[in-house]
Write a protein that binds this ligand. Structure first.
Ligand code: MRU
Length: 506
């Protein structure tokens, strides 16, 4: 596992963070964080009002992103809540206001308005609900590096939109200067955090859209439009894919007859980390929506406390029963038979299925194997990087010592204590029961299963007119390992044990 980036950053566990950008951020370019009016009111009431505003914004501010986001919610809603969607569409036809509440009471990590990206400042949750305003790629880089927004899919989407905003700002810039600006901005985004593959592929996609117009083209408007369209496609696809993933995950879970399913999760893989729908928490969203009794054990997730601060906040918003536990209590609860299944997210899944996720995930996988508990990774195929052969090649971010030494402003160890703070670890494929994706549940052998699923997604995407085809790798046929394994499997004439795509309710 490759170590990278020792970042001295603000630390939410250190209590209300000082409003100072980190040492390497260009202070002039960092707008203040603005508290959202009424943040301390009953969060559920506030959340619903905000969701309404989000879609009202979509109606008034004619931005492709809002319209697409609405379309994506409809797409996701048709998967998870056909009746209520039908009800709303019918009401709309009879003149009802066009407000679509966000599904299942969760909230998206960002919204766009008037050429700005407003990002929920996740460092301040759950104490206060505030937004960071970003108007450019470098402000988006700052938000990602400082973990104002975090979670693999969300940082990919924020990077794409940040780059599109800088593209829009350089419509009248001379071609060479624009190229230098965009390439510089793209590199800053790619290097903001190393482990989550979504960040790099989102930036690569938007830059490819720019280069498709011509990196020295005089037509700045065409370039800005192409970058905007690709960023919107990434947001739209994430919502649709996560909605599909949630449905496949719901179908995969076995619910006891006489009691709630006891699901344990680690870190935060909810909408705050993903967009409209979570991944691991997307499966919980789907179960909750389908009124399947479920109780969630929430690992606090030291040192950054994404579980304690964000997952509990999201589950409380939606009224999903949950209990917070110290990370170190998970093994004990498994031994007591109080955990039925573990579902976590992913920052990068390698071609062989080895998966990088929040530090502590590997420990859970080993414990789950010890206790015979199914261990699932919930990951959209946009987090699968088949160009990375196995876990040893995944770069692992190392973060600041302060994150470990200080909790809520309270130092917990002598300041000069040596600290190692790897932010992620790798769970080997053999410890993973299945990878829940937007193309079904993939099982071992992962080299074949993941390659198959990626091809099926490429075909599905190719059928959607107007959206860029993305890929983080050459088509499977050009991937010697996957092609060889595929041929071997075909030769063994055993039916592909990869993914059994279930019918998606439409
Ligand atoms: O350091 P973070 O908070 O960005 O780490 C996030 C995780 O590890 C999530 O589990 C992962 O990104 C999946 S989010 C769908």
């Amino acid at each position: 596992m490759a170590d990278s980036t020792d970042a001295a950053h603000e630390d939410p566990a250190a209590g209300a963070p000082a409003d100072l950008p980190s040492v390497d951020a260009p202070t002039a370019d960092v707008p203040p964080v603005t508290p959202v009016e009424g943040a301390d009111l009953g969060r559920r009431r506030f959340f619903r009002q905000f969701a309404g505003e989000l879609f009202q914004g979509a109606a008034t501010v004619v931005g492709a992103a809002q319209v697409l986001q609405r379309a994506s919610v409809e797409a996701a809603g048709s998967i998870l809540d056909p009746e209520s969607l039908a009800g709303r569409v019918a009401a709309e036809a009879n003149g009802a206001p066009t407000l679509l509440p966000a599904p299942t009471g969760f909230r998206t990590p960002f919204r766009e308005d008037g050429g700005f990206l407003y990002i929920v400042d996740q460092r301040r949750l759950p104490d206060s609900l505030e937004e960071f305003q970003a108007g450019s790629a470098s402000q988006a880089s700052y938000a990602i590096r400082e973990m104002i927004v975090r979670g693999a899919p969300a940082i990919g989407q924020v990077a794409a939109i940040g780059l599109a905003l800088t593209g829009a700002k350089s419509i009248t810039t001379r071609p060479y200067a624009r190229r230098a600006t965009l390439r510089g901005a793209a590199n800053a985004l790619r290097n903001a955090r190393p482990t989550a593959v979504n960040l790099r592929w989102a930036v690569d996609r938007v830059m490819a859209a720019y280069e498709a117009v011509g990196d020295l083209s005089e037509d700045g408007q065409a370039i800005a439009d192409a970058m905007r369209a690709e960023a919107d496609a990434i947001v739209f696809e994430a919502t649709e894919d996560h909605g599909r993933l949630a449905q496949f995950g719901l179908d995969e879970l076995t619910f006891p007859e006489d009691r709630p399913l006891q699901l344990l999760t680690h870190c935060n893989a909810g909408p705050l980390a993903c967009g409209q729908y979570g991944t691991a928490l997307g499966v919980v969203q789907a179960a909750h929506h389908a009124e399947r009794p479920i109780h969630v054990w929430v690992d606090e997730t030291r040192p950054y406390l994404q579980g304690a601060r964000l997952t509990t906040w999201e589950l409380a918003q939606a009224g999903v029963p949950h209990t917070l536990i110290p990370d170190v209590a998970a093994g004990h609860l498994m031994a007591l038979g109080e955990v039925d299944v573990i579902v976590v997210g992913a920052d990068r899944v390698a071609a062989n299925g080895d998966t990088a996720n929040k530090i502590g995930t590997y420990t859970l996988a080993v414990l789950a194997a010890r206790h015979g508990i199914p261990f699932y990774i919930a990951a959209p195929l946009s987090s699968v990087d088949v160009a990375t052969p196995d876990g040893s090649a995944i770069p692992i971010e190392e973060r600041s010592a302060t994150e470990v030494l200080v909790i809520r402003g309270q130092r917990i160890a002598p300041l000069d204590t040596d600290v190692r703070n790897p932010a992620f670890d790798v769970t080997p494929a053999e410890l993973i029961t299945g990878i829940i994706t937007d193309e079904g549940v993939v099982r071992a052998p992962y080299v074949v299963g993941l390659a198959d699923a990626v091809s099926r997604r490429e075909r599905r995407r190719a059928e959607v007119p107007g959206f860029g085809t993305w890929t983080t790798h050459a088509p499977v046929a050009e991937m010697p390992e996957a092609a060889a394994a595929q041929a071997e499997l075909a030769a063994s004439a055993e039916p592909a044990a990869s993914a059994e795509p279930a019918e998606v309710a439409t």
